[in-house]
Design a protein around this ligand. Structure first.
Ligand SMILES: Cc1cc2nc3c(=O)[nH]c(=O)nc-3n(C[C@H](O)[C@H](O)[C@H](O)COP(=O)(O)OP(=O)(O)OC[C@H]3O[C@@H](n4cnc5c(N)ncnc54)[C@H](O)[C@@H]3O)c2cc1C
Length: 360
């Protein structure tokens, strides 16, 4: 079998990359061992243009917001499904300095912050909150599981997906192609999330594994047209009465599994936030493929022209993955330049020394 590209991983990165390469008329073989606890399957799918206690605009928000809306909508049209919805965030600051940060942004006429389009009185029926409420607009929510499952079925039907572990030790380099089992390809692209940090080609990249957990709760009666944010806890509507509630950022952890500590503290926070009953249905956790300088790893290996990467999406995979998948696809097909802040060539020194070490 001969293909243009082998892609390892069908999380949000591998999904978008294969989508754009197929659109360019290229052939792909995707390897993805099904894992319902992958970062992409556990993510809430929120795309939020502001961040942090100082309420700052996120990296590339001006370009990313219209782009993601268009791309997820077009993919939805292609697959006759709706993958993205606008669900603005109602933020409930928990302290005066946070409230002031929002008031400052409104004064500065920040494009994304406004007074809420819903009566405070109405919100008091559901939530306890001591300060003002603010609305971040626009914010989007991607139905990640619907998108990934739908796309997986499509790849299966086209005979483009192998539900198996890709074994890097079986890669054979030839002069003008790369051989993996019975497949000959021009390049292999690592879109395999945190597992790329164990690849001999990428081990020296400054990866950070950032664990996050979430509870899935049943809450009756809460308006599903908004997302609600209380400190680090965000309530995102999954479907009628079912809410994704999370998350946290753990850099030191004993286990990758959900922990009782998170469940207990989150349940306790929910009891103080909510005036209406809730029932916990599930508890999820996963590792975000983050990077030390919070920028993705995109492009061809500086030493191995036949190996490339699309990774390091951190906590922003839903917006960064489609953008950088498109950049990588256009780089592979047309040799277009990748944003230097994301191009993996910025680590060419580190990657070269890795290689020398494992060659010995
Ligand atoms: C709790 C939590 C909440 C989050 N919420 C959001 C959010 O609201 N918005 C947002 O933008 N981001 C969010 N994120 C971050 C987002 O999930 C990640 O940035 C993104 O999913 C990373 O996608 P990926 O495709 O790079 O990796 P992954 O989703 O990890 O996908 C990699 C895939 O590769 C497969 N794979 C790995 N190695 C192999 C191999 N050798 N052979 C075959 N298959 C392999 C894995 O099984 C997996 O399916 C959240 C993350 C967490 C943990």
């Amino acid at each position: 079998m001969i293909v243009d590209f082998i892609i390892i991983g069908q999380g949000i990165a591998g999904t978008w990359l294969s989508y754009y390469l197929l659109k360019e008329g290229k052939s792909v073989a995707v390897f993805d061992k099904e894992n319902n606890q992958s970062a992409s399957n556990v993510a809430s799918g929120l795309i939020n243009p502001v961040t942090g206690r100082r309420v700052v605009t996120t990296w590339m928000a001006e370009e990313l917001m219209p782009f993601v809306w268009k791309e997820y909508s077009e993919a939805g049209n292609f697959f006759h499904a709706k993958y993205i919805q606008q669900k603005n965030i109602l933020v409930f600051p928990s302290a005066p300095d946070l409230q002031n940060a929002f008031l400052e942004r409104i004064k500065e006429q920040n494009n994304y912050i406004q007074s809420p389009g819903v009566q405070k009185q109405e919100l008091h029926a559901y939530f306890n909150f001591p300060f003002e409420v603010f609305e971040i607009s626009p914010c989007y929510v991607v139905d990640m599981r619907k998108f990934l499952d739908g796309y997986r079925k499509y790849l299966y039907q086209q005979n483009l997906l192998a539900d198996e572990e890709f074994d890097e030790s079986l890669i054979n380099f030839r002069d003008d192609f790369i051989q993996y089992k019975n497949i000959k390809a021009k390049k292999i692209i690592y879109a395999n999330g945190v597992q790329a940090s164990r690849s001999k080609y990428w081990v020296n990249l400054p990866f950070v594994q950032n664990k996050g957990q979430a509870l899935i709760a049943e809450i009756e009666g809460l308006h599903t047209s908004f997302t609600y944010k209380f400190g680090h806890l965000t309530f995102i509507s999954l479907q009628q009465n079912l809410w994704w509630i999370g998350s946290n950022n753990e850099l030191n952890f004993q286990t990758t599994a959900p922990t009782e500590d998170f469940k207990i503290s989150t349940e306790s926070s929910l009891r103080s936030i909510l005036k209406i009953p809730f029932t916990i249905k599930e508890h999820w956790s996963s590792l975000r493929p983050a990077t030390v300088e919070r920028r993705p790893f995109v492009g061809v290996h500086p030493l191995y022209d036949q190996i490339a990467i699309l990774n390091g999406m951190g906590s922003k995979g839903c917006s960064l993955a489609p953008w950088f998948a498109k950049e990588l696809a256009e780089n592979l097909v047309y040799k277009k330049q990748i944003n230097p802040l994301a191009d993996v060539q910025r680590f060419s020194k580190m990657l070269s020394s890795t290689e020398r070490n494992f060659d010995k």
